[in-house]
Each structure stands twice: as structure tokens, then as C-alpha cells.
Design a protein around this ligand. Structure first.
Ligand code: AOF
Ligand code: ZN
Length: 395
């Protein structure tokens, strides 16, 4: 039991909500396509129930915590990182479960961005005479579910561009000074560990064939933390050049998706020969456990249409993607204004004008950074900038 009696109600609420947020964090990798949610139930300053949501277990965080609290929940306070739901989905409404358990008050960090729920969960609790407080540690709670908020309201995954570069913004030495198939590490081990955590937090990573041919990356989640679905690795490879002997193909276990363009678009004498080669490559990749999808380019372009790719990923319940690619792919995502967040690592070194830049060409519109955070990882630092806010306007 913690003695919080001398604290203000606000800081008492923050104390318990921080615990609920830590619990919610345990659902990262396990909750998608649902949000990560944590709940603690407190009676007379004593923690009597805890829970977090895991998609496979179905039960929402509140129900898990209520089960642990049992009869003690009567008159207690429930701290939930997301508004308790009000609908029948794969489970019944959490608001009803809290009412039935007889809790006296509910403290919520933020409303649910799901249009089916938004505001209704709180309304239901209040109608049942429960005291509801909203907005405790709201910013942290929202950050935890930025991807869910975008996905549930638009059907599109949340897009992060991650890159590691020198202080002068170079992501790799010039091709002439590099050994093919070897990654030229720029950042240190602490940054690279953080990249593993970032991969753990997303449903898919996207790279380009150029990066695969020069670095031969693996792009797996090696955080060591449990995840419900394998990280989907996606290669943008218009002409299907992905080598069968690449690490990506060699390690494929239904977790590798290759996006090419449509060979039937080509006309003239080359068309049928090209599409035959294409068919053979698709068959060889399929035999190696790789899925190939064709996405037609936008008029006048040669690479797959990115909005259509994101739409299809959303249909596959991919709620978040991280772009770990080179200058061309980075520029395409930014130019199409499809980026929600930048996570840029900087190492204290320089490569000069011959090094590869973060983006091949400037985006047609300035990416408006709404807010940013700076992090330190060993001798590197990182700029985490949010370009969008996928949450409904605060009520
Ligand atoms: C909560 N607590 O722990 C979670 C909530 O299909 P279902 O029944 O699992 O419902 C999924 C929706 O419920 C999801 O889109 C979001 O609005 C909410 N998630 N709500 O009260 C939880 N995970
Ligand atoms: Zn619920």
C-alpha cells in the first residue's frame, strides 16, 4: 500500500494512471489491431486488480482487472488508459462490466477514437451514477495509441519514417565506397536496440529494392518481446528484382510481401516475354514462402501507388507501418504526404556530399511538424516528430 494521502487528487490520479499506462505498454505487439489498454483498480489506496488487453485473449483490460479484484471492486476506483467501451464486439461493453461490478468512480486517460465508442462509454458510466474523470496523463495515453486512432478512423495504417544518419543528414556512404550486401552502420548499439523496439511496436516494415540490393537487411523484430503476429516485411520492388538468396527471402515464413507493378501495362514486343519472366519469378518467390502483390502505379509514375498499398494493408488489419528505406522511397512517402511521424536517429559523424541523403528530392509540400521530442541513445540522439494528429478533437 502506498501512502498518497498527502497528495492532491490530481497527483494521486496520475500515480495510478502511470501504473495503468505501464501495464498498457505490455500489450504492445499483442493488442493490434485493437488498441493497447491498461487498467488498475484501487480501493482505499490499495491496488486490488490489474489488467491489460491482448487480442488473442479477447477480454478487455477492465474485465481482466475486475476479475482479479472480485467483490472488492464494489465502491473502488478504476483507472483506465482508454475510455471503457460501450459496444458489443468480440466482447460485451466494459462500461456495463464496471457498472455491474459496482465501482464508485472511473478515471480515464483519453476518449476512444473508435467512432462507435467515442464518448458513449463515458456517457453510459455517468448515466449509471458513476463519477467519471477524464484527461489524466492524456498525452501519453494518446501517443500509445496514435496508430490505432488513425487506423480505426480512416482504415489506413499509421506511417513512420525511420532513418539513421550522420549529423550532416547522410544515411549511407556513397555506393562506390561500400561492400555490397553489408550494412554500413552509422548509429551505435543503443540506437539500434531502440529500432528493435520500434519494429516491435509496428505491424509492418516497408523497404525498397535498392536498400535490399545494397544492404541485404533482415528487417525482423529482434526485441525479444512477444508479438501476436509476425512483423510483416514489405519490399517495394516494381520489377521483381528481389534475389532468392537475399536474407529476406531466405528467412521468409509467410511474413514477406513483395509489391511489384503490373507487367501487363507494358506494351509492344517486350510485353509477353516480360510477363513470362514475371510469372516465373512470382512462382519461385511463392515457393520460397513469399507473397507477391501487383499494385498499379499512378499515371505517369513507375512505382506502385502508395495510397493503394496503404489501403490494402489497412484491409489486412495492418494498423502501423515503419518505412526503413533509402532516399527514393522516403521521398515518395513524404511527397505523397503519407507520413504521420518521423523517427530520425543522428550519430556524431559526417559523410559529406557524396553520402546518400535522407530524401532524394524535396517534398512538394513542407512537412509540418506539429510537435517533436528529442531522445538520447548512447552517443546518438533521435528526433521524433509528429506530422499529424490522428485523434478526434479533444472534448
Ligand atoms: C476497452 N478496453 O481493453 C480495449 C478497448 O472487438 P472488440 O470487442 O475487442 O472491441 C474492440 C474495440 O474496443 C476497439 O476498436 C476499441 O474501440 C475498444 N478497445 N476498449 O474498453 C480495452 N482494447
Ligand atoms: Zn471494452
Amino acid at each position: 500500500m502506498v501512502d498518497l494521502s498527502s497528495k492532491s487528487p490530481e497527483s494521486r490520479h496520475e500515480h495510478w494512471m502511470a501504473q495503468a499506462l505501464t501495464l498498457a505498454g505490455r500489450g504492445v505487439g499483442l493488442a493490434s489491431p485493437n488498441p493497447t489498454v491498461g487498467c488498475v483498480i484501487v480501493q482505499d489506496g490499495r491496488l486490488i486488480g490489474t489488467g491489460f488487453h491482448e487480442y488473442e485473449r479477447r477480454d478487455h483490460a477492465e474485465v481482466v482487472a475486475l476479475r482479479e479484484a472480485g467483490e472488492l471492486a464494489r465502491g473502488a476506483t478504476a483507472y483506465v488508459t482508454l475510455e471503457p467501451c460501450s459496444h458489443y464486439g468480440r466482447t460485451g461493453p466494459c462500461a456495463d462490466a464496471l457498472i455491474a461490478a459496482g465501482v464508485g468512480s472511473v478515471v480515464v486517460a483519453t476518449a476512444d477514437a473508435n467512432p462507435t465508442v467515442h464518448g458513449r462509454g463515458m456517457e453510459r458510466l455517468r448515466q449509471a451514477g458513476i463519477d467519471v474523470t477524464v484527461g489524466i496523463l492524456e498525452t501519453s495515453a494518446r501517443r500509445l495509441n496514435d496508430a490505432f486512432a488513425k487506423y480505426i478512423s480512416t482504415g489506413f495504417p499509421y506511417v513512420t519514417i525511420k532513418s539513421a544518419m550522420t549529423l550532416d543528414g547522410r544515411i549511407a556512404p556513397p555506393a562506390s565506397s561500400r561492400i555490397r550486401g553489408e550494412i554500413a552502420w552509422i548509429t551505435g548499439p543503443e540506437s539500434r536496440q531502440q529500432v528493435q523496439l520500434l519494429r516491435h511496436s509496428v505491424d509492418a516494415v516497408i523497404t525498397g529494392i535498392g536498400t535490399v540490393l545494397s544492404d541485404d537487411p533482415l528487417l525482423t523484430d529482434r526485441s525479444g518481446l512477444p508479438r501476436r503476429r509476425p512483423l510483416l516485411r514489405i519490399v517495394l520492388d516494381s520489377e521483381l528484382r528481389l534475389p532468392l538468396e537475399s536474407k529476406l527471402v531466405q528467412s521468409a515464413k509467410d511474413d514477406l510481401l513483395v509489391i511489384c507493378t503490373n507487367p501487363c501495362l507494358q506494351t509492344g514486343a517486350h510485353a509477353s516475354a516480360n510477363s513470362q519472366i514475371h510469372e516465373q519469378r512470382i512462382a519461385a518467390l511463392a515457393a520460397a514462402g513469399v507473397t507477391v502483390k501487383q499494385i498499379i502505379p499512378d499515371p505517369g509514375k513507375t512505382s506502385p501507388a502508395l495510397p493503394e498499398l496503404l489501403r490494402q494493408l489497412g484491409e489486412m488489419q495492418i494498423t502501423s507501418v515503419m518505412v526503413e528505406a533509402g532516399s527514393g522511397v522516403n521521398a515518395s512517402f513524404l511527397d505523397a504526404a503519407l507520413v504521420d511521424r518521423l523517427f530520425l536517429f543522428y550519430a556524431p559523424s559526417m559523410l559529406g556530399a557524396d553520402g546518400l541523403p535522407l530524401i532524394e528530392k524535396a517534398p512538394s509540400q513542407k512537412p509540418g511538424v506539429r510537435d517533436f521530442t528529442l531522445h538520447r541513445y548512447g552517443s546518438d540522439f533521435a528526433f521524433e516528430g509528429r506530422l499529424t494528429d490522428p485523434w478526434p478533437v479533444q472534448s
